[in-house]
Design a protein. Structure first.
Length: 186
């Protein structure tokens, strides 16, 4: 089922070391559904993506510096993975606060691969059914999540997925959640 999200702005929060496909595939899905993807980063200028954890890939321009990003300017949030990106972002206090802000506003949040690390830092995983890259299973369980090994899981507007092999299902769920809009309980 195709979802039209025309006029919806979707923030993509990331930095250097992002897994390229986990940025570009959801980005393309948002654009093709009529939405406007916006790259938000603590970096200025451009960020460099990775293919896996070792190979540098393409560079992408930053649209909005993290310091200027406001929850009210967006309809949803996408958190791409990549080990380096996810580990760096969970230590960025402003990024963690922005993620909390999206949750407090009931706006859909989608995280893939290692990106749920920032959800743990934001205190958003306890009591939720979630998935992630396999190496985060213990981290999520220790933070109170009900971790499952499934390609995509949505729990009250919070969508998680395991890895680039799940991108088709992840992208479809992002569009569904963005088209549904705010959730009372996120």
């Amino acid at each position: 089922m195709a979802h039209n999200i025309t006029g919806k702005k979707v923030a993509f929060l990331l930095t250097n070391g992002v897994e390229q496909a986990e940025l570009t595939e959801p980005w393309k899905a948002v654009e093709q559904a009529g939405g406007q993807p916006v790259l938000v980063s603590p970096e200025s200028g451009t960020i460099t993506a990775m293919k896996g954890d070792w190979d540098h890939a393409d560079s992408f321009p930053v649209d909005v510096p993290l310091a200027e990003a406001r929850v009210e300017d967006f309809d949803a949030l996408v958190l791409p993975g990549g080990t380096v990106n996810a580990d760096t972002m969970r230590l960025e206090k402003d990024a963690v606060q922005l993620v909390r802000g999206f949750a407090e506003a009931g706006k859909p949040i989608s995280a893939i691969c290692h990106a749920p690390w920032i959800l743990i830092e934001a205190g958003l995983v306890e009591g939720r059914r979630m998935t992630s890259y396999a190496s985060l299973e213990s981290d999520l369980k220790n933070a109170g999540a009900d971790w499952v090994d499934e390609e995509v899981v949505t729990d009250r507007g919070l969508t998680t997925s395991r890895n680039p092999g799940d991108l088709e299902a992840f992208c479809a769920k992002i569009l569904e959640e963005v088209s549904e809009g705010r959730h009372d309980e996120l």
